[in-house]
Design a protein around this ligand. Structure first.
Ligand SMILES: Nc1ncnc2c1ncn2[C@@H]1O[C@H](COP(=O)(O)OP(=O)(O)OP(=O)(O)O)[C@@H](O)[C@H]1O
Ligand SMILES: [Mg+2]
Length: 253
C-alpha cells in the first residue's frame, strides 16, 4: 500500500470573527491526484495557505512524509519537496521557457547566473541542469517552445511551466489552486492529462483545488469536499459527487 505523503490533523484557522477552517483533517496518498472541492468561501485556499506555511494555524497539525511541518516558514517547506505553485512572477515573463526552469533550480549560483541568462549565455550553466530541464520540458510537451519568451505562452502552457519549475526543485508534492481557471476546455483537459503522466512517470503527487469539476474529476483519484470550513465528504469522485451533503453544499447556497 502506498504511504501518506501529506496529512493534516484538526487544522483550525480564523480571520477575526471568520472561522475559515474548523478542524480539517485530510490524508493525501503518495502518487495520487487528490482534489479539494467546495463552494466559494469554504476554506480551500486557506487550507493550502496553512499547508504551505503562508499562514500559521490556530490549532491542529500538518505532516509531510511523517515529519511535522506545522508553522515552518514557506521556504523550508519548499525545500522539503512540498511546492505550491503561484503565477509566474512578472520578471520571469521575459525569460525563455528553458531559462525559467534553469532559474528555478535550487543550487543556481544566484545573480551572476541571472545576469548570464540575460546575456543569453545559459549554455555555460552546468550541462546536467540543462539536461534535467529538457527532460522536464519533454514530459510537459513544452520542449519545442524552449527558446520562446514566456509571456508568449498560452494560459494553459504557463500553468504547465509553473509545474516544470516546481519539478526543477525536485518537488514530491505539488499543490495548485485552480490550475484550470481561465483555461479553455481543450487545454484544461491537456493540463490534467499531463498531471496524470507526471504522476505515473515521476511518482509526483498532486493536491489540487479546482472548481471545474466536469473536467477535473475524471483525472482525480480521491476527492475531499469542503463546506463552511469542514470536510463534508471524501472518497472516489463517483461517490463524493452523489453525496447529499455535497449536493446540498453546492446547490443549497
Ligand atoms: N487573509 C484573509 N483575511 C480575512 N479573511 C479571509 C482571508 N482569507 C480567507 N478569508 C475568509 O476565509 C473564508 C474562506 O476563504 P477561502 O479563500 O479559503 O475560500 P475558498 O474555498 O478558497 O473560496 P474560493 O472557491 O472562492 O476560492 C472566507 O470567508 C474568506 O472571506
Ligand atoms: Mg480559493
Amino acid at each position: 500500500m502506498r504511504s501518506e505523503i501529506l496529512r493534516t490533523d484538526g487544522v483550525v484557522k480564523s480571520f477575526g470573527g471568520v472561522k475559515a477552517l474548523k478542524g480539517v483533517s485530510i490524508r493525501v496518498k503518495e502518487g495520487s491526484i487528490t482534489m479539494m472541492i467546495g463552494p466559494n468561501g469554504s476554506g480551500k485556499t486557506t487550507l493550502i495557505n496553512v499547508i504551505s506555511g503562508l499562514y500559521k494555524p490556530d490549532d491542529g497539525k500538518v505532516f509531510f512524509n511523517d515529519k511535522e511541518i506545522t508553522g515552518l516558514p514557506p521556504h523550508e517547506i519548499y525545500k522539503l519537496g512540498l511546492v505550491r505553485t503561484f503565477q509566474i512572477p512578472q520578471p520571469f515573463m521575459k525569460l525563455t521557457v528553458l531559462e525559467n526552469l534553469l532559474v528555478a533550480y535550487p543550487d543556481n549560483p544566484g545573480e551572476k547566473f541571472f545576469g548570464a541568462l540575460r546575456r543569453g549565455k545559459w549554455r555555460k550553466v552546468e550541462e546536467k541542469v540543462v539536461e534535467k530541464a529538457f527532460k522536464i520540458l519533454k514530459l510537459l510537451k513544452l520542449d519545442h517552445l524552449w527558446d520562446q519568451q514566456s509571456y508568449k505562452l498560452s494560459g494553459g502552457q504557463m500553468k504547465l511551466l509553473e509545474v516544470g519549475r516546481a519539478l526543477m526543485s525536485d518537488a514530491r508534492l505539488i499543490m495548485m489552486d485552480e490550475p484550470a481557471a481561465g483555461v479553455n476546455p481543450v487545454l484544461a483537459h491537456e493540463i490534467f492529462r499531463r498531471f496524470r503522466e507526471l504522476k505515473d512517470k515521476l511518482g509526483v503527487t498532486f493536491f489540487l483545488v479546482e472548481h471545474r469539476l466536469e473536467i477535473a474529476l475524471r483525472y482525480t483519484d480521491y476527492v475531499y469536499a469542503m463546506a463552511n470550513g469542514v470536510v463534508v465528504a471524501e472518497g472516489v469522485p463517483e461517490t463524493v459527487m452523489v453525496n447529499p451533503q455535497v449536493i446540498e453544499a453546492y446547490l443549497g447556497g
